[in-house]
Design a protein around this ligand. Structure first.
Ligand SMILES: N[C@@H](CCC(=O)N[C@@H](CS)C(=O)NCC(=O)O)C(=O)O
Length: 228
């Protein structure tokens, strides 16, 4: 059975969506980042980056949510575009665009908006701007096509959905109105039973809710580290 190390955050969420869409047999294992599970040696042996998610499939270990989506799509042959060189070029380009652009800039936009020890206006400006720029590109793509890769729902839409769920928290309550085509896709995915199950997955475990000093040390060690 697949082992899925996860929490409720956007990167694990997109993998949960794939697992639920395909009905693959998997065991969800909680990585409670406020408790510091991500820094435990046994977990670091699987995921040297010390982040969630990680997938273990027998003797195969895959970390990074986007790598896991690609691994599972290729393993099952599901949620991929048609099998042409041109379509594969688009798949890799858009998946990496989400992995290296949408995800990291969105994450930093959330951080600078909500979690810095004191307000850092340039950081807020920089990351909100870049997050918005990336989401605009996604929206324009979805204005031209029903899905990120054309006419078919694929792992790229799942990858977009993960971080897309956080746009109001990231950019403001009414931010989604700037991205009507993305909003259409988000609503379509959210209505899928697999997405409902993916969002409910976190209820299988009890999570630390206190965002206390110990939790902040696990998540934002730079606050406590030596000045660089
Ligand atoms: N590129 C990685 C990023 C994973 C990531 O940042 N995960 C967050 C949750 S969304 C995490 O585990 N944070 C814990 C920490 O930073 O200590 C991926 O897509 O899997």
């Amino acid at each position: 059975m697949l082992k899925f190390y996860y929490n409720a955050a956007p990167n694990p969420l997109k993998v949960a969506l794939f697992l639920e869409e395909t009905g693959l047999d998997y065991e969800p294992i909680a990585i409670d980042t406020r408790r510091g599970d991500q820094h435990q040696p046994a977990y670091l042996a699987l995921n040297p980056n010390g982040k969630a998610p990680t997938l273990v499939d027998g003797d195969v270990t895959v970390f990074d949510s986007n790598a896991i989506l690609l691994y599972l799509a290729e393993k099952t042959g599901q949620f991929l575009p048609e099998d042409t060189g041109q379509a594969r070029g688009q798949l890799l380009s858009w998946l990496m665009f989400v992995a290296t652009g949408v995800g990291p800039f969105s994450g930093q936009a959330v951080h600078f908006r909500h979690f810095t020890p004191e307000p850092v206006s340039y950081g807020q400006q920089r990351y909100s701007f870049e997050a918005r720029r990336h989401w605009k590109i996604v929206d324009e793509r979805l204005a031209a096509h029903p899905y990120m890769l054309g006419d078919t729902y694929t792992i790229v839409d799942m990858a977009v959905w993960g971080w897309g769920t956080r746009i109001p928290f990231m950019l403001g309550d009414d931010a989604m109105s700037d991205y009507p085509c993305l909003n259409r896709l988000m609503q379509e995915i959210e209505a899928r039973p697999a997405a409902q199950r993916a969002m409910a997955l976190k209820d299988k475990h009890t999570w630390k809710t206190d965002f206390d000093d110990a939790a902040k040390r696990h998540l934002y060690p730079q606050i406590y580290g030596p000045a660089s």
